[in-house]
Design a protein around this ligand. Structure first.
Ligand code: FES
Length: 622
């Protein structure tokens, strides 16, 4: 069969392939990861590459263009999975933790008295008795390889041995036995599997110290930006395997990088804890998530078995025991359980609201007495998707905007200060708050009719748009604009989160004034400007000191569970205790949502501080 060569630029990497593959498929073969927000359906228009053949160049969608001859493909920077701002850690919060240091894997040294004609219990009976005493009376069960070498090893080491114990459900498994007092360190990994990014901590299980942290893209992004697109991809032949392999590949690469930096060998990693949303955990474990998106939205499981790394394909850490934090339901997963665990809201006296803002907004309300949660689909606007010039929070993304209230000139700030390539979620919120504040948009998010023309506000065939950056300023040589459609998308996203908060509070017959602490979690939340988020009606109009950014609480929860069995048990308890409120069933979510589709809300009394600062301009500002 004829073979085609596809050369990717500016990388200058060539792959040889049979005709019939898409450019996106060829890029994958070449090790070039493209952003594929719609999973290659051809509907998002974001995977545009420049194709050169026989002296002509044209712009085409990588996911829809079939290779049938030799071509050169230029992949612009904004189409690549680039350096996302990956939140490796929790913020500098002094969360108090009441969980004792009791790692999931421990090394215990014991000394036995030799057997005699009068003390003639078996070697294992005598050893297990000593080991059990050392671990607070819990049962210890031996693995077969340990039993096979035990008799000789005990005698050679003069009855002084070190045992390697791994916590199982309610007991310990003895996985290795070494002579004398073994001094080598043992390690564990705490992993956060996010829909967009993956973060791993390498932990010394003797001291509990985090030796290294690393983050990367979840390679599943090549099959779609959001979990629904990925679940749909699972239904294609090999779809589930592709998504499982993608997440395992991402974890393996990151683990290898962390181990190499810390000069640790993979065989010394004995335990791994994993937190992630319910779909991510299904895909990680190779379970079909199909029914998560179908009414009545049922996951295969909410608690997961302890498995070995090799069963999942984790080749770098094949013998490690892998523990996944429990989920609450299809849309409130182990990452949220980890968030509750790490903020300590499950033992707080204060009424606390926890919000993880992303494609799905997951919200938990409660204290040590009770916890209730819900998830609302905010859509991808906060991730920069579904927005004309939207992009993720990466280099070149506009993240802050100022608009002069007199001449409407714009000043912006981009991530890493490079020329703008688009606008990310925090920039969007900032921009819409400022457009509203200076009176350029009304409360429904429509551009106002003004007395004088504004150079940056123009009409196109699709409607009005506001120019944030002119073509000569930008990295792409095109204007960066915000359309009325973009503003509507963001208003729907913020409306869904706010309506979710309202539903939870009303379900327990409380209101905003009852809230004593509000935690904002997740990568996006960390870059949020509280004043702007309140101004557009995303967050309740409450004193700013009640708000705290808590960063990546998912990886912190996984870390706590790794170094403390009490914390892991608490995570299980949280999973059981958290009541899940299904917003699509028998409550007033739709009413709340519709009421929230204004800036900041139809009921201005809910936003007294915003009400007092709103500028009214033109004829349709209300
Ligand atoms: S159009 Fe190609 S990934 Fe969406």
């Amino acid at each position: 069969m004829e073979i085609c060569s596809v050369t990717f630029l500016p990388d200058n990497v060539t792959v040889k392939t049979e005709p019939g593959i898409t450019i996106a498929g060829a890029a994958r073969l070449a090790g070039i990861e493209l952003k594929m927000p719609c999973g290659g359906e051809g509907s998002c228009g974001k995977c545009v590459v420049r194709l050169t053949k026989k002296g002509t160049t044209e712009e085409l969608l990588a996911c829809q263009t079939i290779v049938y001859e030799d071509i050169f493909v230029e992949v612009p920077q904004n189409v690549r999975l680039g350096e996302h701002q990956i939140l490796l850690a929790e913020t500098e919060q002094n969360f108090q933790t009441k969980y004792d240091f009791e790692p999931l894997c421990q090394k215990v040294a014991v000394r036995l008295s030799p057997p005699s004609l009068y003390e003639n219990a078996s070697d294992w009976t005598r050893l297990s008795c000593e080991l059990s005493k050392a671990v607070g009376g819990k049962e210890v069960v031996p693995s077969l390889p340990v039993l096979q070498k035990m008799a000789h090893l005990l005698r050679k080491s003069d009855w002084h041995v070190s045992a390697l114990l791994v916590a199982q459900n309610g007991f310990y498994e003895l996985i290795d036995l070494q002579p004398g007092m073994a001094t080598e360190t043992i390690y564990g990994l705490a992993i956060d599997i996010g829909t967009t990014t993956i973060v791993i901590y390498l932990v010394d299980l003797v001291s509990g110290k985090v030796l290294g942290k690393a983050g990367t893209y979840n390679k599943q992004a090549a099959y779609g930006d959001d979990i629904i697109t990925r679940i749909i991809h699972c239904q294609s032949p090999k779809g589930l395997k592709q998504l499982h392999d993608a997440v395992i590949d991402s974890i393996t690469e990151l683990t290898e990088q962390l181990l190499a930096t810390s000069q640790v060998v993979g065989s010394k990693v004995y335990v791994i804890t994993v937190a992630g949303n319910t779909t991510m955990i299904h895909l990680f474990l190779g379970m079909d998530p199909k029914f998560i998106r179908l009414d009545p939205y049922i996951p295969t499981a909410a608690q997961f078995p302890i498995v070995k790394g090799k069963e999942l394909g984790l080749e770098t850490t094949p013998e490690a025991c892998v523990y996944c934090l429990p989920a609450v339901g299809s849309y409130v997963g182990g990452d949220i359980v980890a968030g509750v665990l790490s903020t300590g809201m499950n033992w707080a006296d204060n009424l606390t609201l926890f919000i993880d803002i992303g494609t799905n907004g997951e919200i938990v309300l409660g204290n040590k007495e009770w916890l209730i949660s819900c998830a609302c689909s905010a859509g991808p606007a906060f991730e920069g998707s579904g927005i004309t010039c939207g992009m993720r929070a990466m280099q070149g993304a506009i993240e802050r905007v100022e608009i002069n209230p007199v001449n409407f000139e714009v000043r912006y700030q981009t991530i890493e200060g490079t020329p703008p390539a688009g606008i990310c979620g925090s920039g969007l919120i900032d921009c819409i708050a400022k457009l509203h504040r200076v009176g350029l948009i009304d409360r429904a998010g429509r551009f106002c009719e003004l007395d004088k023309p504004v150079e940056r506000l123009r009409k196109t065939d699709e409607g009005k748009e506001f120019v944030l950056a002119w073509d000569w300023e930008t990295a792409l040589g095109k204007d960066i604009t915000l359309t009325e459609g973009d503003i509507q998308n963001l208003i729907r996203a913020k409306g869904a989160i706010f309506a979710g908060i309202q539903c939870l509070l009303k379900t327990v017959q409380l209101d905003f004034s009852s809230l004593e602490r509000i935690y904002i979690a997740g990568g996006f939340g960390n870059y949020l400007n509280i004043a702007d988020a309140i101004e557009i009606g995303l967050l309740p109009d409450l004193p700013h000191h009640l708000y705290r950014f808590v960063g990546n609480t998912s990886v912190r929860g996984a870390y706590l569970s790794l170094i403390s069995q009490t914390a892991l048990n608490a995570a299980t308890e949280i999973g059981k205790k958290l009541t899940y409120l299904e917003l699509s069933a028998g409550n007033n979510f739709m009413e709340e949502f519709i009421s929230a589709l204004f800036l900041p809300h139809t009921n201005l009394e809910l936003f007294p501080n915003v009400k007092s600062t709103t500028v009214v301009r033109g004829g349709n500002s209300d």
